[in-house]
Design a protein around this ligand. Structure first.
Ligand code: NAD
Ligand code: ZN
Ligand code: ZN
Length: 235
């Protein structure tokens, strides 16, 4: 996916050229910005010079253009960039979640700590399969343990907002990824991807249950870190 020219276009879209680079270090290659990129050989580019420096348009952090290109080509090349210094996202970040299903049900009971409303029940189903080019070991199989996975939200205003954000995160393939499970140590398996879910409804044995008064705020912040915010829902 993505030709060299397409990758270069993404870099050019989000970085403006810096005419007089300073002695500040590029945090991708650790060389100073007034010398050549440490990734000049690794990055295949016809048009970018090893000494070219660019500044990200929103956050203003600066890097060698070829370092940014190497970083972009090392990712899933979805047309978006994330600043390696401050994590600001440019464009629409997507993930590598394998194909599956997200289903939503309502349960006429209450969660501990949310006695005044019902429960939103989310069921994620993912089956084992073969890794694509966006995964750690393309062509190798991946396992999918503990599916379907059941998750719970309070059915109140903020819970409903989180549900809508999670649907968007699912569509952008951000809820799961393929990697090493930190719980089991297994590699090439489907794992949660930095957006925490509550998988216990009426107990809290794993720490992934209720009550947790900060949960909705925390997960909203985790979604925002992936570029999924309330603003995206109104567009
Ligand atoms: P992981 O162990 O690599 O951890 C990734 C993230 O998921 C971490 O942030 C961790 O805090 C969180 N996490 C770990 N256990 C969780 C749990 N039980 N509920 C919610 N979040 C959890 O991630 P993983 O390998 O995807 O999942 C951890 C383990 O939990 C796996 O062994 C999986 O099979 C199991 N699990 C089972 C079910 C089920 O319904 N049977 C549901 C969720 C997770
Ligand atoms: Zn650099
Ligand atoms: Zn930045």
């Amino acid at each position: 996916k993505g030709t060299i020219a397409e990758s270069e276009q993404v870099i050019k879209k989000y970085l403006e050229k810096v005419e007089k680079p300073t002695e500040e270090a590029c945090i991708i290659c650790m060389e100073t910005l007034n010398v050549a990129s440490g990734y000049a050989d690794a990055a295949e580019s016809k048009h970018m010079k090893p000494t070219a420096v660019g500044k990200l348009t929103k956050c203003g952090h600066t890097f060698h253009q070829l370092c940014m290109l190497a970083m972009y080509n090392n990712g899933n090349k979805d047309g978006s960039l994330q600043c390696p210094s401050c994590k600001t996202i440019y464009g629409e970040k997507t993930g590598t979640q394998p194909k599956g299903n997200m289903e939503i049900f309502l349960i006429p009971q209450s969660l501990p700590g949310h006695q005044d409303c019902g429960i939103i029940h989310i069921v994620y189903t993912i089956h084992p399969g073969t890794q694509g080019p966006e995964h750690p070991n393309p062509g190798k199989p991946y396992s999918a343990r503990g599916f379907p996975r059941h998750c719970y939200l309070p059915n109140n205003e903020r819970g409903k907002l989180v549900l809508e954000l999670l649907k968007l995160a699912w569509a952008r393939r951000l809820i799961f990824t393929i990697g090493i499970s930190s719980t089991t140590g297994e590699s090439d398996t489907v794992v949660w991807n930095e957006i925490h879910h509550k998988t216990e409804m009426s107990s809290n044995m794993s720490g992934h249950g209720y009550p947790d008064p900060n949960y909705l705020d925390n997960v909203i912040a985790e979604l925002a870190a992936q570029g999924v915010t309330e603003d995206c829902l109104n567009m």
